[in-house]
Design a protein around this ligand. Sequence first.
Ligand SMILES: N[C@@H](Cc1c[nH]c[nH+]1)C(=O)O
Length: 370
Amino acid sequence: MTHALLPEGLRDRLPPEAEAAAAILRAALDAVAGHGYERVAPPLAEFEESLVGRLKSASARDLLRVVDPVSQRTLALRPDITTQVGRIATTRMAHRARPLRLSYGGPVMKLRATQLRPEREMTQLGAELIGRDSAAAAAEIAVVAIEALAAAGAPRITIDLTLPDLVDVLAAGPLPLAPVDIARVRCLLDAKDAGGLVAAGAHAYLPLIEAAGPFAEAVTRLRAIDADGALATRLAALEQIAARIGDAAQITLDPTERHGFEYQSWLGFSLFVDGLAGEIGRGGTYTILSDTGCEEPAVGFSIYPDPLIERVARTAADHRLFLPLGHDQAAAEAMRAQGWSTVAALDARCDARALGCSHVLDGAAAVPLG
Ligand SMILES: N[C@@H](Cc1c[nH]c[nH+]1)C(=O)O
């Protein structure tokens, strides 16, 4: 009977998951706000053309579209709030001093589900720092991303740093490649296909496959490749970012990883949480195009926190307190002030266990239901 109730990839969130989802969003965005990021809330849908082409190098995206009977124009549901924040920053907030620090959180819609993420609607939260894409700016964003994830209840966090335009930089400088070969070499590096690189005559790129792993060793190997100094500023920036992160997260480097980086420029990063499959967030540097043709650098991150919901919901369910008939109302209020959810009996038929309570109020004390 559940099939056909909702389209594929869309679902209702029931208790306690809906509450957990809201709590996660709140906690993560509070952490972000603590660093001076001001919240913006763009709409769920907007004109298709304003969602496309706003960020430099963004590839055309499959969007979920509708024709708006009111404006007679095509609207698209947002698949990524970063684009909208870019629009706001370069239009309505163009007059504001840079760097401009903005945060956001809300649902996004993908046209298609993937095997790893069967949902088409998901929550996205994040922060964008507009007007800078320096190492200092990137380091701040990485630290804020890790803090937001920790505040959302993520236990051990790993950040994987990458250099999305690395192959372009090397191909244009010390390790020349014909333009037609660049895409091929990128794919071979993505697949970590050493044999393929040799067959394609791109031996010089082999060491990049080796330069992946825990940060300290990987960056040393990457430095060894940098014979002509073409990567010197990037290497220094990576070191600066890693030093700023310190031991707030495990740091790895995968210099040629490009998966999921659609518009990021010199820096990209993916966020992982112990015990969860796949990445939970992503970020990096990018360029916003304004309507007047100006370009503005930026750096930011997005977290897709839905996979954390189950974990948080489990903890929340441990603090549900049954208030028997005739309970002490002041005691109940004191318990709510401590963060308990109270469930009041309305008549003798109300059953604590059946109503999902973990404790019962006895006098002024919460007694576990056992
Ligand atoms: N919005 C990007 C991540 C990002 C935010 N800012 C820069 N990059 C994503 O979801 O993949």
